[in-house]
Design a protein around this ligand. Structure first.
Ligand code: FAD
Length: 495
């Protein structure tokens, strides 16, 4: 086994929201910090496939989940001014359609006030319809949260890690932690990288491994993180379909916040997720029965949903600890290890607060880590554009290498933008990696036109490297319901 001789001060396991924001806040500490990520890219776990809502902070009753959501939400506007990952304050409604649900709004309002949330109000039917005319007119009332919003979660992870790496933090992709040994001086972290075993030494370790956080807890030798998994499926509609103002929730259930209807940060209508208990953490497939049920339930919120504008289905897997809360604490057997496991919803919203707590715990254990905010303004990769058709046509056929060439026609992504995304210090070896950074392949044709063109640039930039030029899900054998299958299923149901 290859052993790296110089020890790290800190190893972060997992490059999702928690690992990346922890790296970002710690980036100016002058410490040797290594991030180990088992996947081929960052943000490949829950942080990739979720609702992207920056929640109000009224829905959770106890523990970290109740305490961290509201302060996390308040951190977002400023975080976006530093990192420009894509955040918009939209407001949100929880809608009540029955007298019982109306009663429930008052319970949520009281819970919100208990959690310190200040911008909640109960709105009447007329006020709601005036604000959002597409809402089902049978609505009786709604809980409005003014400061809720939407964000692009994987762009946040990418932006935070990009700056962390530019400040000297080391990121190792394709590096799965498989063993942790401890002695008085070091933690010895064994990983598998491209089929080879390797060992890194560190003084401290953070377990931010999402669905793998239970396994990391076992490797340390404790039983502090005990996970189960709950899948949620979504439907995503074409660009421009998300002409909604606020995020629209139905009443929460025992399994979560229920089916929501929202515009994504980039203006696609999105509906979901359902809640399927005890699923396999690797199972991100979608199915006709789940998607048709989600669609029918979402029509209770917005009756005019149009199945014909679907572009894709996807799913994400929630990682739940048996405590019902986030586990953020030093390991009960090894205080040099800090667990941040079972980070279910609202982990995106609470992410900035979770990261600061982790760094505070590391400080308590003796690591001289500093928490730094942002002062550099990271330039966004994705910019809004609306090229006139003749210009778009002219630029599509420019030669490879011309920065003005339009590579993805649906989302009007230029070659300059793709090369910008590839030149920011993070390895990108997949066409889906380019898609998450630039939106090339996110449009109506779902990459049929641009994927080979993106792969061509990837091969040129990463000379000699293996490039994955199929969708991640196709590569991993995950089956997803396609547009035509869904439309046919809805047609059958409606006949
Ligand atoms: C369906 C769904 C909807 C959600 N909606 C919202 C929402 O609207 N708002 C909100 O606030 N929150 C939401 N959440 C919650 C939010 O997405 C999560 O809390 C957050 O993404 C968790 O981030 P994480 O960094 O802990 O985990 P992850 O993003 O899963 O990252 C963990 C990383 O660790 C890596 N890893 C695992 N094992 C190992 C190992 N052995 N070695 C090396 N690396 C390893 C994984 O590859 C992964 O990249 C939702 C979650 C889901 C699933």
């Amino acid at each position: 086994m290859e052993k790296e001789t110089l020890p790290y001060d800190l190893i972060l396991v997992g490059a999702g929201i928690v690992g990346s924001l922890t790296a970002w806040f710690a980036r100016k500490s002058g410490l040797r910090i290594l991030v180990l990520e088992s996947a081929i890219d960052i943000s490949m776990g829950s942080s990739k496939a979720n609702s992207g809502i920056i929640h109000g902070g009224y829905a959770e009753k106890t523990g970290f989940r109740a305490a961290l959501c509201y302060p996390g939400r308040l951190a977002y506007p400023e975080l976006d001014t530093f990192l420009h990952f894509g955040y918009r304050k939209t407001g949100s409604f929880v809608l009540a359609f029955t007298p019982d649900e109306e009663e429930g709004l008052h319970t949520l309002l009281a819970q919100g006030r208990k959690n310190g949330v200040e911008d909640l109000q109960i709105w009447s039917r007329n006020q709601i319809l005036q604000r959002e005319p597409r809402v089902n007119p049978q609505v009786r009332a709604g809980l409005f949260c003014e400061g809720a919003g939407v964000a692009s979660p994987y762009e946040l992870v990418i932006a935070a890690m990009e700056q962390a790496v530019q400040e000297g933090i080391v990121l190792q992709l394709g590096s799965k932690v498989v063993g942790i040994e401890r002695d008085a001086r070091y933690l010895r972290v064994q990983v598998e990288e491209s089929g080879q075993k390797k060992e890194y030494k560190t003084h401290f370790l953070v377990n931010a491994a999402g669905a793998g956080s239970g396994q990391i807890s076992e490797l340390v030798g404790d039983t502090d993180v005990n996970l189960s998994f709950r899948k949620g499926e979504y439907l995503l509609f074409r660009k421009g379909s998300g002409n909604l103002g606020p995020v629209l929730f139905q009443m929460p259930t025992a399994l979560g916040k229920g089916i929501l209807v929202t515009s994504t940060y980039h203006g696609n209508l999105m509906i979901g997720p359902d809640a399927q208990n005890d699923t396999d953490p690797e199972d991100t497939s979608t199915s006709i029965p789940s998607l048709t049920t989600i669609f029918s339930e979402a029509r209770k919120t917005i009756p005019d949903l149009d199945a014909a504008t679907l572009i894709r289905s996807f799913s994400g897997v929630r990682t739940l600890d048996k405590s019902g809360d986030f586990v953020i604490a030093p390991s009960s057997v090894e205080p040099r290890v800090i667990h941040a496991g079972g980070i279910q919803s609202p982990g995106l919203t609470a992410g900035p607060e979770i990261a600061k707590i982790i760094l505070g715990l590391l400080k308590d254990q003796g690591l001289s880590v500093q928490i730094s905010g942002g002062e550099q303004n990271r330039k966004p990769i994705i910019r809004k554009k609306d090229l006139p058709l003749p210009e778009l046509r002219d630029r599509i056929d420019l030669p490879l290498g011309d920065p003005r060439r339009i590579v993805c026609r649906c989302e009007q992504v230029s070659e300059a933008e793709i090369r910008d995304a590839l030149g920011r210090g993070l390895p990108v070896l997949t066409t889906d990696g380019v898609k998450r950074r630039t939106r090339a392949g996110m449009g109506w044709c779902q990459g049929q036109f641009c994927r080979p063109r993106v792969a061509e640039i990837l091969r040129e930039v990463n000379k000699g490297a293996d490039i994955l030029d199929t969708e991640d899900v196709v590569h991993s054998g995950v089956s997803r319901v396609r547009r035509e299958q869904f439309k046919a299923a809805m047609k059958d149901l409606e006949q």
